[in-house]
Design a protein around this ligand. Structure first.
Ligand code: SF4
Length: 355
């Protein structure tokens, strides 16, 4: 993949703009509104990377576009394949030199791309390597969709991901506007045409944003990273819990599930001696009893610089059995590509969609 070589300082990136924004733009440039739809098709269906490819657009307008606009692409720095499974970690460079990770995961017939929404993360979850890195900035909608498009371009042959998960670096709902825009562009028939039910956004539980997400009505999936059954333990693991404690997060998740008509996925990272006791398992069933939900258990993926440990397999099984009294199926997921994705591997799980 090549990064766009044009000087982009004064030019407008056409990627990341929704149809109504493109329509406004082309009209400002003296073109008819339908040109915007044409541009969308070239950008997202035909995956054009330069204006010369857009052969059904008049040469004079193409020349105009070259002067005024550009089509962003991410620069691929490295690609690392896991020795354990087929997971591939992509390291991309942004135009300002910041770097982000995206991950490609295979599971039976599913090809899942995990995208980042921020450079670093401000949330500081103590079990997460990205949280230890701190926060640099939010990604734009273009930078979010360019991760998916960049990986698909790398796959070649017109191959597409079947699923997209927003579980990479950053908290998607803390970058709400750009995340929503990226989601709309991904699901738009004029955009990347990913089925909403094949996309999942993972949040650590920003309660007001979960409610906004429900009101916005996009039918994509939602995963909430819970990881504790008491505020005392959750405060320790996830500083955000002091702002939005469990008794605010779960009603918001319930509201989302009822409004959208889908069950929310509850992610629970099991950490030895911290949140993995039978009492925790019973409490978890109790606090989730009226939340339409699915439960994913994720044994902690040990990372350098952290004193937390993965529970013994028997302990995980005991927890799973208790949780199974509330849920018919309780998958225990191992983080994919455990040897390569330590940067934010805790929640990046083998994602199984129900559809
Ligand atoms: S787990 Fe997610 S929200 Fe928490 S610090 Fe890591 S990237 Fe941020």
């Amino acid at each position: 993949m090549n990064i766009c070589l044009m000087s982009t300082e004064t030019k407008i990136n056409l990627k990341g703009l929704e149809l109504h924004e493109l329509e406004k733009l082309v009209q400002q440039w003296g073109q008819e509104r339908f040109r915007a739809r044409q541009l969308m098709l070239w950008l997202y269906h035909k995956r054009a990377t330069n204006f010369d490819e857009m052969t059904d657009i008049a040469k004079s307008f193409r020349a105009d576009l070259m002067e005024k606009a550009y089509i962003s692409q991410l620069k691929l720095i490295t690609k690392t394949k896991s020795a354990i499974d087929d997971t591939v970690k992509y390291l991309f460079e942004l135009q300002d030199g910041n770097r982000i990770e995206s991950v490609l995961m295979y599971d039976q017939n599913r090809v899942t791309v995990c995208v980042s929404t921020q450079v670093g993360c401000a949330q500081g979850c103590v079990f997460c390597a990205t949280g230890m890195m701190g926060f640099a900035r939010n990604l734009t909608s273009a930078e979010i969709i360019d991760q998916l498009m960049g990986i698909e371009a790398d796959l070649g042959g017109g191959k597409k991901a079947t699923n997209v998960v927003f579980m990479g670096m950053g908290e998607p709902l803390a970058n709400y506007k750009q995340t929503m825009k990226a989601l709309r562009l991904m699901t738009d028939p004029e955009g990347l045409m990913v089925a909403a039910r094949k996309i999942t956004v993972s949040t650590l539980g920003l309660a007001p944003k979960i409610k906004a997400f429900a009101n916005d009505g996009l039918k994509v999936g939602l995963a909430v990273s819970l990881n504790a059954t008491t505020n005392e333990v959750r405060n320790r693991l996830m500083p955000v819990n002091k702002r939005y404690p469990i008794e605010e997060v779960l009603p918001a998740a319930k509201e989302w599930a009822l409004k959208i008509g889908r069950r929310v996925t509850i992610e629970y990272v099991l950490i030895r001696g911290v949140n993995d006791s039978p009492d925790d398992a019973h409490r978890l069933c109790q606090i989730l009893h009226d939340v339409p939900s699915k439960l994913n258990l994720i044994p902690f993926n040990e990372i350098e610089g952290s004193s937390f440990q993965r529970p013994e397999p028997e302990r995980v099984e005991e927890f799973r059995e208790i949780a199974a009294s509330r849920y018919y199926v309780v998958p225990v997921r191992l983080s994919r590509g455990r040897d390569i994705v330590a940067a934010c591997g805790q929640l990046r799980t083998q994602y199984r969609m129900e559809t």
